[in-house]
Design a protein around this ligand. Structure first.
Ligand code: ADP
Length: 464
């Protein structure tokens, strides 16, 4: 069944039917038992009364006795047998005598209690109570007095009860089914509303509209709220993507505009070979900037689609850091900055990750530190163990970053000083790549900085 409403309806109705069935069977059994007990008690009392009335008149059932016992009103019959078991008399409403059973004769209960049994005669079944009548307690039986009733009439009563039970059950079941059908529509109306509202949201409205959170329905409120949270995230992602596209186009346009300007100026009049050379060298710079930018964008795209960690292996972080430091030593010397590597750990510290990616993380961080630190200062790379993390700090004694920029530093294309960064060849993607790669490794990156004192970039990676 595809529809929740149909399932609710069928489930509820089936449950109701089962409950009614169990209830009906119990009522039926209890009522039948009670009816049988009542009938038996009634017949016993009538048989006992008959025994008392008939004894003085020697076994004949006369009209006044029938009246006394109220035979006509209650549709039962009477019989009397002599002590030897021979038939002695019957009430006028009994067509043919039913013989005394051995069972009734044998059970000569001294107290004279009536015996109950079911007998068959000329094709009909009878419920029979036999009272063995004695003159005095302990005397032999003087006569057998019987009250009996055809079971057909009893069965008819039972059938009437059954019909009532089944009829009432059907009515209740039908009413329950109709109620379930309508209620389920009412309950599911909020779901339908929610669905309609969600369908009505076009992508253009993502940022504007949210689903109504119903106050009177906890589950649906939770559903609507989490749907709205999803919309929030979607909106965030959508906005970030738009920002990225806009920033990227802008970043690409700048070097292209510079390139075109240089070429156009060069072409305005004939130039010497030396002049052309100069233009080409400058062009190459811009082209290098462009290819760095596209490379960085590509790197970010790789992380975004989850392809950043192509090869996972055990990477020794201390070794990796000292390798990057060694690689950048020449650049540091050129800038007259003291670049150091400190390792306070005992034994090798390893992470499970991609060597190229981690290399890039360290390269970006240390390059930044060298780039934004004036000559004569120092940059220190410190590796330490902080179970379950490995902490790598890149500490510089440069100019620092003012507090208002710190929260945005890891955003794509964010630069503190656009002109200065561009002069260094930066595009504002370096730190966002660092963040994306470190997070892909299950770690995190943070920054502390104070203007005039320097900055500390801290990378935390889970130790393997
Ligand atoms: P960029 O390509 O401009 O270097 P990044 O994402 O690597 O882009 O860095 C973003 C900005 O953060 C930089 O423009 C720079 O202003 C600032 N920054 C990064 N590292 C440092 C540092 N060690 N000291 C001072 N400023 C820094």
């Amino acid at each position: 069944m595809r529809s929740l409403r149909a399932r609710l309806f069928v489930g509820f109705t089936a449950l109701l039917a089962a409950a009614l069935l169990v209830f009906g069977v119990i009522v039926w059994l209890v009522a039948r038992e009670a009816m049988t007990n009542d009938l038996d008690d009634f017949l016993r009392s009538k048989a006992t009364l008959l025994g008392r009335l008939v004894a003085p008149v020697r076994n004949r059932i006369e009209p006044w006795i029938e009246q006394e016992v109220q035979v006509q009103e209650r549709h039962f019959m009477l019989q009397v047998f002599a002590a030897d078991g021979s038939f002695a008399g019957k009430s006028s409403n009994l067509a043919q005598a039913i013989p005394l059973s051995d069972e009734a004769r044998r059970s000569e209960h001294p107290a004279g209690n009536a015996v109950i049994e079911t007998l068959h005669a000329d094709g009909r079944a009878y419920r029979v109570a036999t009272h063995p009548r004695r003159e005095l307690w302990g005397d032999p039986v003087a006569l057998y007095a019987q009250a009996l009733i055809p079971l057909d009439s009893v069965h008819a009563r039972e059938r009437r009860l059954l019909a009532w039970l089944v009829g009432c059950g059907m009515v209740v079941l039908a009413a329950g089914g109709v109620a379930a059908w309508h209620l389920s529509r009412q309950w599911l109306r909020s779901v339908a509303n929610l669905e309609e509202a969600a369908r009505g949201l076009s992508s253009a409205e993502l940022g504007l509209r949210r689903l109504f959170v119903p106050a009177d329905d906890a589950e649906l409120a939770a559903l609507a709220a989490s749907f709205n949270q999803l919309l929030d995230r979607l909106e965030g992602a959508h906005a970030a993507q738009q920002r990225f596209t806009a920033d990227a186009s802008h970043e690409l346009r700048t070097p292209l505009t510079v390139l075109r300007g240089e070429i156009e100026v060069a072409l305005r009049k004939p130039r010497t070979a030396e002049e052309y050379r100069e233009v080409l060298v400058s062009n190459r710079e811009e082209i290098e900037r462009l290819s760095r930018l596209t490379e960085n964008m590509l790197a970010l795209a790789h992380v975004d689609v989850g392809e950043a960690l192509a090869q996972r292996e055990l990477v020794n972080v201390s070794e990796l850091c000292s390798g990057v430091v060694a690689k950048l030593q020449a650049l540091a010397e050129e800038r007259r900055i003291l670049l150091r590597h400190e390792d306070g750990s005992e034994g090798p510290l390893s992470v499970n990750g991609d060597r190229m990616a981690l290399d890039r993380v360290m390269l970006n961080l240390i390059e930044n530190a060298l780039r934004y630190t004036p000559a004569g200062e120092s940059v220190t790379v410190r590796v330490s163990q902080l179970r379950p993390w490995i902490e790598i700090e890149v500490i510089d004694t440069g100019g620092g970053i003012s507090a208002e920029h710190l929260p945005h530093l890891f955003e794509r294309f964010y630069r503190v000083d656009k002109a200065r960064s561009r002069a260094h060849g930066g595009s504002g993607l370096g730190l966002s790549i660092v963040k994306a790669l470190v997070e892909a490794h299950g770690g995190g990156v943070s920054v502390r900085s104070e203007v005039g004192k320097g900055s500390v970039f801290v990378v935390r990676l889970p130790e393997a």
